[in-house]
Ligand binder design. Structure first.
Ligand SMILES: [Zn+2]
Length: 718
């Protein structure tokens, strides 16, 4: 197990953010050939998912220790995805002394045999803040939030607005912070809400973002035409309850404020089962659009990725149409697990915002919240928006509705001035979106920085050059002048979905999104696949990274080869120890913690297993021992083992120690002062125990500050 991963990394380098750890040795692709069924994931049942989450919750305590989290941290199981081959990806959120940790999420990857293969961190390592008593008062935090809001005008806090203490671990150094909500006029209407994170010590604004995840401040036309929808019959008539799709209910919000769309909401019910008239003169028409769009989105996720609803739990989210007045927007709000659709405004001829790609876009915000939960600001915010555009587009293709055929435009059914909201093939054509990565990507509105990932997705799916798709002109124009063909939208979507759900976290940025998709492509199609190669070409074409070598030219990327042969026991005939190289796991050994590991976070000396002792950076001790070790009765018996010491300490003073003892008698002591770049063989004389049967023990001890890791392998007594 890869305990203390955090501190190990802290020894090697400063804390890194948004890291995706990629397994260096690729397992065989999960889906071979031309399909990417389920994006490599098994279908799940409600009961199966509940059992998986239960197991993840039960594992959380031991796992936290294994990962090297501090005593004030707890892991909260959030999501479990199981690959076709049985490998599992378990997503956790973190708390610190009971406070939510923003940026504390992580995904632990288990091979099918249950062993941990790697961990994807939003914020790598243990989290520690000076205390959880804020210097700044909640009132002062709210006042700062009101003063600093930039997404809403005339920001104020209302009685409904929360101000909550959190640990903000998005930055390099985690701090105690207030997350305040302010309300004012903004893109989501007159009562738009914005979250502002304020440092609870210094009062500095750390982050701010819109709370409703919108389609983008402009509108969407409607009209899916004549379609069939699922309704329910009860009592004297019918309601818009879709029992086939998680009992999704579409309500008439009755112009409730967008901050509380349920306030005046009513159920649609009537005696006949015929709904709407294709125009806004019937309040039911927009509801038909929403019901249809949400059902198609549900079916897309179910039939394409084996995902059952937004949270993969079979439950539908309520949807509200006719929200607010003159609302030229639609949005998903995770706090109510609900979707809201405005009626449009005079700006777009009062066409309700219930088109297919809008429904797909908003429901996909829910999927993102339930998985990677990409922070809705900076580069991660752009990736969040792009994910909704990508899957909104895929829903449009999936539905195959002749009134609204699939294309890579967003909101083309809007009655907008330039004919669309966004274009994935050429994002910059709208005058605001970014087509190519630049260092300012994290500073622009998330609906504009999304352009980079939208462009990547288009180029991956369709390649470069001009095409007509869904009756609209498209032209994939790479930023680097490259030219290549795409792998098709289904494969591109499978790669994005697998990356989102398995290898992205709340702090994923563009660079780590590239890594995540390359890993997902390797999982699905193989490390040397054309698909993975094209993914790398498409990222390079939006100015992120360089393309991998072309696997088709006989110049494949070098495949990882074993760097050392298993030498668990270099001298099997002469070792009085059982399993001295740890290649049989814990067999023969007694350990106070799960020190014996094959984690790829550190290297074994021989084989793949080794003992990882200490690395807490706080007062701790551990033991690793073997009983009934028969010390040879002739010659000069000795204990040999390979030791690698890495430390945050400096100087020659022994702060953190590793002692070797036989029958309780200390024979040798090593410490942070013995730090070395690689393994060094150590020899301990056992002549005093000649012919005896002893208990051999390693004892690690750390003081209160700075960590030292002792790696032990290939232990021999002979
Ligand atoms: Zn959005």
């Amino acid at each position: 197990m890869n305990r203390k991963t955090a501190l190990a990394s802290a020894v090697a380098a400063a804390l890194t953010l948004g890291t995706v750890m990629v397994a260096s040795a690729q397992s065989p692709a999960l889906a071979s050939g031309t399909t990417a069924s389920g994006a490599g994931f098994r279908a799940t049942t409600e009961a199966g998912r509940a059992a998986d989450l239960d197991r993840a919750a039960k594992d959380a305590g031991a796992l936290a220790k294994t990962l090297g989290l501090g005593p004030d941290e707890r892991l909260v199981a959030k999501d479990v995805l199981v690959d076709n081959d049985g490998a599992r990806h378990v997503r956790y959120d973190r708390t610190y002394r009971g406070l939510p940790v923003v940026g504390g999420d992580l995904v632990v990857h288990y091979a099918k045999n249950g062993k941990t293969t790697s961990t994807t961190w939003a914020h790598e390592g243990a989290i520690k803040v000076a205390g959880v008593t804020p210097k700044l008062s909640g009132q002062d935090a709210k006042a700062t939030a009101e003063r600093s809001a930039k997404h809403v005008k005339q920001a104020r806090t209302t009685s409904l607005d929360s101000s909550q203490l959190v640990v903000w671990a998005v930055g390099k150094v985690p701090v105690l912070a207030y997350r305040s909500t302010v309300t004012g006029s903004g893109e989501a209407g007159a009562a738009s809400r914005e979250a502002v994170l304020v440092d609870a010590g210094s009062g500095a604004v750390l982050d701010q973002y819109e709370l409703e995840q919108t389609i983008g401040g402009t509108g969407n036309g409607v009209n899916v035409g004549q379609v069939s929808i699922e309704t329910s019959q009860g009592g004297s008539g019918y309601t818009l309850t879709d029992a086939l799709h998680g009992s999704t209910v579409v309500y008439d919000s009755y112009n409730s404020p967008q901050s509380n769309p349920a306030q005046n909401a009513r159920t649609f019910s009537k005696s006949s089962n015929s709904w709407g008239n294709g125009s806004t003169s019937s309040r039911e028409s927009a509801a038909v659009d929403a019901s249809y769009g949400l059902a198609k989105t549900w079916d897309f996720y179910k039939n394409t990725f084996n995902r059952s609803g937004i949270r993969n739990d079979g439950r539908g989210a309520p949807a509200y149409v006719h929200v607010d007045n003159q609302l030229l927007n639609a949005f998903y709000d995770d706090s109510c697990f609900c979707m809201s659709f405005g009626d449009g405004s005079s700006q777009n001829g009062n066409i309700p915002l219930t088109a297919l790609d809008v429904s797909g876009h908003e429901m996909s915000h829910g999927v993102t919240a339930a998985t990677a939960n990409l922070n809705y600001s900076g580069e991660s915010g752009g990736l969040n928006e792009a994910t909704s555009d990508i899957f909104g587009t895929m829903v449009e293709f999936y539905a195959g509705n002749s009134t609204d055929p699939g294309d890579y435009y967003i909101g083309e059914k809007l009655n907008m001035g330039n004919g669309y909201l966004r274009r994935m093939d050429n994002p910059a054509a709208d005058g605001s979106s970014l087509s190519c990565y630049s260092s300012r990507a994290g500073q622009v509105d998330v609906h504009y920085s999304s352009g980079i990932a939208n462009h990547f997705f288009y180029l991956t799916a369709e390649g470069t050059g001009a095409k007509t798709i869904g009756g609209l002109p498209h032209n994939g124009t790479p930023c680097n002048g490259d030219s290549f063909g795409g792998i098709g939208k289904d494969k591109a979507a499978a790669i994005w979905y697998r990356a989102l759900t398995t290898y992205m976290t709340s702090t994923t940025n563009y660079s780590s999104a590239r890594t995540a998709t390359l890993q997902a492509a390797a999982d699905l199609y193989g490390a040397n696949s054309q698909e993975r190669y094209i993914v790398s070409k498409a990222w390079a074409a939006v100015s992120i990274g360089t393309a991998l070598p072309d696997p088709g030219t006989g110049n494949p990327s070098p495949s990882p080869s074993p760097t050392s042969s298993p030498t668990g026991n270099p001298n099997p005939g002469g070792n009085a120890l059982v399993n001295g190289g740890f290649e049989q796991g814990a067999t023969g050994w007694t350990q106070s913690a799960n020190d014996i590991t094959n984690s790829t976070q550190q290297q074994a000396h021989g084989g793949s297993w080794y003992a990882w002792m200490m690395g807490y950076g706080s007062t701790a001790s551990e033991t690793l021992s073997q009983n009934n070790v028969a010390v040879p009765s002739t010659g000069s018996p000795k204990l040999t083992f390979w030791l690698k010491v890495t430390t945050q300490e400096s100087g020659s003073t022994a702060y953190d120690t590793l002692k070797v003892s036989a029958n309780g008698q200390t024979l040798a002591t090593y410490s942070n002062a013995n730090a070395s770049a690689g393994y060094v063989q150590k020899t301990v004389d056992l002549s005093a125990f000649r012919g005896q049967t002893v208990n051999l023990q390693f004892t690690g001890q750390e003081d209160a500050y700075l960590s030292t890791i002792f790696l032990i392998d290939d232990v021999n007594v002979g």
